[in-house]
Design a protein around this ligand. Structure first.
Ligand code: OGA
Ligand code: NI
Length: 338
């Protein structure tokens, strides 16, 4: 009999101590070599990801941005944002080295001893804007997710340099700086289609006034079919720019409750529309649900940058989008009955 399975590890208080209080995370659980998944992580059947509702023949668009100022590139971006809410970009201009460095930095952070990572937990973190955590709020969630994360709200380079973990901050900041022109180009293209000709300071602030970066770590899981890396959700962002490694496991909602895999492509970035942009575009661009499977044989990482309005901003559809709706209505003799 395996002593690890037989120990009281399945008791909630021990799991909390090990995973949360002591800073081991799910990664620590995974490294104990558990043969079975602790029951807190077992998802209800309807939340699990089975092969029966996956569409292997479908894929989200892959857009080559080398000639990003060409009309057809902008059109592919807008078409993808309308139809899928998700696409991958290649030749986007962020140097491969910058991407490789941030992936290495992600591993470096999660490979730190638990005592080091614990310094950034909710209780200990020197700032609210940096948080090392794991999906552990048994009172709030039906079942836990098989993931650890480091989440960093970006205020300024100075603040980041002072507060972010030194194992990753330089590489993360370089990745954020490098992705800035890409974010601007994407938003410019997306705005043009919805009749926003110029992104003035007010709009710029609403579209990209604040940023958050997460480093996600999905450790090897003893029973991947019973749990999830992240359950179905949409992002609250305007846009999310996600770098993933070569393991795979991100799925996007397709038609009729089916799921479409986002295959890793070396050097690519995954882009998705979040709730804020769906709202600002009056539903024209779609914020689509997505989720991540747990993996039975490999550790996976991902690094999403969430481009957001500022936390206190009120958002609504841009006037340009509404002007169009009103115009169309009026031009059809609006209001009168047929
Ligand atoms: C997220 C997310 C996907 C991934 O962090 O919001 O959807 O592939 N991540 O890790
Ligand atoms: Ni997401």
């Amino acid at each position: 009999m395996d002593p690890i399975v037989a120990t009281p590890i399945s008791e909630s208080s021990n799991i909390t101590d090990l995973v949360v209080t002591n800073g081991n995370g799910v990664k620590g659980l995974s490294e104990m070599g558990l043969k079975t998944l602790p029951k807190q992580y077992i998802q209800p059947v309807e939340e699990r990801i089975t092969v029966s509702n996956i569409l292997p023949q479908e894929s989200i668009p892959i857009i080559d941005m080398s000639n990003w100022d060409e009309q057809k590139v902008s059109e592919s971006i807008c078409d993808a944002a309308e139809k899928w809410g998700f696409f991958q970009i290649i030749n986007h201009g962020v140097p491969i080295e910058v991407l490789e460095n941030v992936k290495d930095a992600t591993h470096r952070f999660f490979n730190l001893p638990a005592e080091e990572k614990r310094k950034f937990s909710k209780e200990n973190s020197p700032s609210n804007s940096v948080r090392f955590g794991t999906s552990f709020s048994p009172e709030a969630e039906k079942a836990l997710e098989w993931k650890d994360y480091l989440s960093m709200f970006y205020v300024s380079e100075d603040e980041a340099s002072a507060l972010w973990p030194s194992a990753c901050k330089d590489q993360v900041l370089e990745y954020m700086r490098g992705s800035e022109p890409v974010i601007q180009r994407l938003l410019e293209a997306l705005m043009k289609r919805i009749n926003v000709k110029e992104i003035d300071e007010t709009k710029k602030s609403l579209l990209m006034g604040s940023k958050r970066i997460n480093l996600n770590y999905y450790p090897i899981c003893p029973n991947p079919e019973l749990t999830v890396g992240i359950g179905r959700h949409s992002d609250v962002s305007t846009l999310t720019i996600l770098l993933q490694d070569d393991i795979g496991g991100l799925y996007v909602q397709g038609n009729n409750d089916s799921w479409v895999h986002v295959p890793p492509i070396s050097g690519s970035l995954v882009i998705n529309v979040g709730d804020a942009l769906q709202i600002m575009s009056n539903g024209r661009y779609k914020s689509i649900e997505h989720r991540v499977v747990a993996n039975g044989s490999k550790n996976r990482i991902s690094d999403p940058i969430f481009v957001n309005p500022r936390p206190d901003d009120m958002i609504g559809p841009f006037p340009e989008v509404l002007a169009r709706v009103l115009f169309n209505y009026a031009s059809r003799g609006g209001g009168g009955e047929a």
